[in-house]
Design a protein around this ligand. Structure first.
Ligand SMILES: C[C@@](CO)(OP(=O)(O)O)[C@H](O)COP(=O)(O)OP(=O)(O)OC[C@H]1O[C@@H](n2ccc(N)nc2=O)[C@H](O)[C@@H]1O
Length: 374
């Protein structure tokens, strides 16, 4: 059993990353970046455990992709690391950042080879530019550009982080605590992804898959004479509405489930429980907007949507265009890629008896293609 745990920090907000997609959710073929990096480390066979640190919301989605250990991050990199260290049982811990996506086996072996030499093993790059500190040119041969991953004795690192001082790397905390560090040659490819143009500099990153991801949704609601009718995001001129916890827009609910299905994000009831007072009477356009924002932030783009409303009543022919415009605006696609169909059931079944409406929706997604922006 290896005496080494990997802590992979992925709780960053990507604040300097200039797209709506959080960098840890950029796709490498089909894999989100965080999983691509974790799998590369796992493939080395060096670790007894891999702990991925991220936000609570992201962890809920990450668990769809892989069975690593997940720990909720804190408000800073150091807080996140401390949270993870509470779960580390091994004598040594390697701490790496998702943003350094292309860590080579050679670099790992160089770091591990020095494991017994100090409390912290640190990769670095020499400086080749002239360095001016404040207004004094300093000897660049005495300057090191520090990288991660860094290998630490777990107990020393845990003690070194019991401080109010914020450190940007483990070795600085360990040296401040009185521990020792030794340096090994780093790797130009172990550079951080800070801006989108950094992505195309990294040779290990393949473009996202161009596959189309398809999802479907189905929902039914009974009529309710005491309510207003909202369908497809528009108010329908009828003296009845739908029995529901929200505004009952059964077409938008089916569309939401189609989008969630294509993204592998579960279903509407998991996101917006119908016993949660937050959603009582809520405008379903708000639910759709929340799902669309989440889908774009997790590295997807919406290709098209198709909705079939099965209803003996109301007639919706005159509302279709308004529905398509409303939905297209929220989905951030042009109206031509949103289709709304309607059909009766020839008076058969609960729909034919005008007891309610059923809707089937389909949606297609593709991955945000960072290759074309870098
Ligand atoms: C939109 C909302 C807003 O609160 O309520 P309504 O306005 O429709 O009432 C809900 O999100 C509307 O959720 P929806 O999923 O349609 O409700 P239900 O059919 O009751 O399912 C609720 C939850 O139970 C789960 N479920 C449902 C049926 C089933 N046999 N087993 C299940 O485990 C589903 O996964 C879903 O997450």
């Amino acid at each position: 059993m290896s005496d080494l745990t990997l802590v992979l920090l992925s709780a960053g907000s990507s604040s300097r990353f200039d797209t709506s997609v959080k960098k840890q959710w950029l796709r490498i073929q089909h894999k989100p970046l965080w999983q691509f990096v974790a799998d590369r480390f796992a493939h080395s066979g060096l670790f007894s455990e891999i702990i991925v640190v991220s936000s609570e919301e992201d962890i809920a989605f990450m668990q769809n992709y892989a069975d690593y250990s997940f720990v909720k991050g804190g408000s800073s990199r150091q807080d996140s690391l401390q949270n993870a260290l509470l779960h580390v049982k091994s004598e040594y811990v390697l701490v790496s950042d998702i943003a350094r996506a292309c860590i080579s086996e050679d670099l790992l072996q160089r770091i591990l080879a020095q494991k017994e030499e100090a409390d912290c093993i640190v990769p670095f790059l020499p400086v080749t530019d002239t360095i001016v500190y404040e207004n004094t040119t300093i000897d660049r041969d005495k300057v090191k550009k520090i990288q991660t991953p860094q290998l630490s004795r777990t107990k020393i690192l845990q003690k070194a982080l019991q401080t109010s001082t914020e450190f940007t790397d483990e070795s600085s905390a360990i040296v401040a605590y009185g521990g020792t560090r030794t340096f090994v040659a780093g790797d130009e490819d172990a550079c951080k992804i800070t801006f989108t143009h950094d992505l195309n500099r990294l040779p290990c990153l393949e473009a996202p898959s161009s596959d189309i991801l398809s999802g479907n949704g189905f929902d039914v609601h009974a009529f309710d004479e005491k309510r207003k009718m909202f369908l497809g995001g528009v108010e329908i001129d009828a003296d009845y509405g739908f029995k529901a916890h929200s505004d009952g827009d059964v077409a938008l609910h089916a569309l939401i489930d189609a989008l969630l299905g294509a993204a592998g994000m579960g279903d509407i009831g998991m996101l917006f429980p119908d016993n949660d007072s937050t959603y009582k009477g809520i405008d379903s356009k708000e639910l759709l907007q929340t799902v669309v924002t989440k889908i774009y932030s997790y590295g997807f783009e919406i290709v098209n949507a198709d909705i079939t409303i099965a209803a003996q009543k109301p007639r919706i022919a005159n509302y279709k265009d308004a529905m398509r415009k409303t939905i297209a605006k929220i989905l951030k696609i042009d109206k031509a890629r949103v289709n709304v169909k309607a059909t009766t059931t020839e008076k058969l079944g609960f729909i034919g008896r005008s007891e309610g409406v059923g809707v089937i929706a389909n949606a297609n997604l593709k991955y945000f293609n960072w290759k074309i922006i870098g």
